[in-house]
Design a protein around this ligand. Structure first.
Ligand code: NAD
Length: 501
């Protein structure tokens, strides 16, 4: 165990017993070193946690929302005070370069700020009634226990997007983090508990973390007391989770895989496009749901753009994410590297011309999996291009007309993020119109990744249809009631119906 991880966990308030002596070994993707051994929960532990959360909900739902916001404000303070330590832990456990680890914690702080303001703005509508002396209104009321399942690549921010909103909405949370990143989850929970300790009168069990793999996740998914299951991960996971929640008429918020494209048109600022594509494709070593996986470039600029991308790609510095200057950290594990190699092989068989993609730094880090970012010139959008491979692979395609480019962009099963680089207002407006991109996120002159908290985040089709984070995403965490109040001395029925004896 590296002393750094141990020190960080101790500084963040995690007791050593929580990350030592358990049956699940945690390794850093940086060098493969063992950094913890956590205790997986059982399905029975999950059931007990849900019962506790249900109990806490009965008290929390009656606390005025702005007072609930105060707890989230205190949690935001803990995050600010511990940003560097938690970010470093994200780097050590998930392999993110330092600025991206810090960005992840900043995202948590931003959603806390958003949620605090929101706690005074959980508003419904008043609606004109057709009946005299009647008033109609809509209220949003606390929903219940929210189950949060998160992926390894945003090990803590995704939980914060959900829990900050859920808590101000009057819900309680049970979190099943990725089994690949339990340490950052434990640290986040410790910081949350510090905030709870500073908040007078918080019920116990407002938010709990329950470690384990898919089986523990299933116990959360199947429990009828969990009103909302918010699950982030692969489409494969969503396919398993969605129907199970639907079978018990629970509510589901799915944030699944992406296959995001950038269209580059003849009028585009190519300098901007190259920068946007490089970060989008290779940042976080291609392990973001919003990673740019496809470039669809007009034939008149395709060769120049791709040559520039290829040159820049080859210069990206690969190495330990905690050493300054490195931009490409490791893949999460060997399975991710093997999947990348299989995808590149399939691309070759489907006519692709591959640059890069080899294993890097194998002698320095024999137990870790770094890869040279890959660029693949494809003759057409073949089967492998339509598949999300969670690795730094960028496929490039050519188009002749904008309609053709948009059709290619939309012709994949996923629908998360998309972008166009253009200086032509007709092209830009067409792209964001009803006949343009079919994704939940459609950008102009910025890349596909790096969304801000203020907007709703999520995507269509196999991405699952969920929306998290800003705008009115909070409504998913509340139940809506419609109230008609009669303040007259009559009892007129709606639609003029008569029912008098
Ligand atoms: P994954 O699907 O392997 O695991 C995600 C989580 O689901 C883990 O906590 C896992 O234990 C749990 N899980 C798996 N099967 C389950 C089941 N049957 N029942 C309950 N829980 C189950 O994903 P990953 O490899 O950790 O993350 C990468 C994937 O996540 C990519 O596809 C990426 O696009 C996606 N992702 C999407 C978003 C988004 O907002 N759309 C954000 C981050 C990651």
């Amino acid at each position: 165990m590296t002393s750094t991880t141990t020190e960080l966990l101790a500084a963040l308030g995690v007791p050593a017993t929580a990350f030592t002596g358990g049956q699940r070994t945690v390794r850093s993707p940086i060098d493969g070193a063992v950094i913890g051994a956590v205790h997986d929960a059982s399905a029975a532990d999950m059931t007990a946690a849900i019962a506790n959360a249900q109990q806490a909900f009965l008290a929390w739902r009656t606390v005025p929302a702005p007072k609930r916001g105060e707890l989230v404000r205190l949690f935001g303070e803990e995050l600010r005070a511990n940003k560097a330590a938690l970010a470093r832990l994200v780097s050590l456990e998930a392999g993110k370069v330092t600025s991206e680890g810090e960005g992840e914690v900043q995202e948590m702080i931003d959603i806390c700020d958003f949620a605090v303001g929101l706690s005074r703005q959980l508003h419904g509508l008043t609606i004109a009634s057709e009946r005299p002396g009647h008033r109609m209104m809509e209220q949003y009321l606390p929903l219940g226990v929210v189950g949060i399942i998160s992926a390894f690549n945003f090990p803590v921010a995704v939980w914060a997007w959900n829990s900050a909103l859920a808590l101000v909405c009057g819900d309680t949370c049970v979190w099943k983090p990725s089994e690949k990143t339990p340490l950052t989850a434990l640290a986040t929970q410790a910081l949350f508990e510090k905030a709870v300790a500073r908040y007078a009168g918080a019920p116990k069990w407002l938010s709990q973390v329950v470690l384990g793999g898919a089986a523990v996740g299933e116990a959360l998914v199947d429990d009828a007391r969990v009103a909302l299951v918010s699950a982030t991960g692969s489409t494969r996971m969503g396919r398993a989770v969605g129907p199970r929640v639907a079978a018990r008429f629970g509510r589901c918020l799915l944030e699944l895989g992406g296959n995001n494209a950038i269209i580059v048109t003849p009028s585009a600022d190519l300098d901007l496009a190259v920068r946007g594509i490089l970060f989008g494709a290779y940042g976080t070593a291609g392990q973001r749901c919003t990673t740019t996986r496809r470039v669809i470039a007009h034939s008149s600029i395709h060769d120049e753009l791709v040559a520039r991308l290829d040159r820049a790609r080859a210069q990206l510095k690969i190495g330990s994410p905690i050493e300054p200057g490195n931009l490409i950290g490791p893949l999460i594990d060997q399975a991710a590297f093997d999947a990348m190699q299989a995808a590149l092989q399939a691309a070759r068989e489907q006519g692709g011309e591959v640059s890069g993609g080899e294993r890097a730094l194998a002698s320095q880090y024999p137990e870790a999996f770094y890869a040279v970012p890959a660029l693949v010139r494809m003759p057409a959008q073949t089967a492998i291009v339509k598949h999300e491979t969670f690795a730094p692979i960028l496929y490039t395609l050519k188009y002749e007309t904008l309609d053709e480019a948009i059709a290619l962009q939309n012709d994949v099963p996923q629908g998360l993020s998309s972008a166009i680089f253009t200086n032509d207002i007709r092209e830009a407006e067409t792209f964001v119109s009803a006949s343009g991109s079919d994704c939940g996120i459609a950008n102009v002159n910025i890349g596909t990744s790096g969304a801000e908290i203020g907007g709703a985040f999520g995507g269509e089709k196999e991405t699952g249809g969920g929306r998290e984070s800003g705008s009115d995403a909070w409504k998913a965490y509340m139940r809506r009631t419609t109230n008609t109040v009669n303040y007259s001395r009559e009892l007129p029925l709606a639609q003029g119906v008569k029912f008098d004896v």
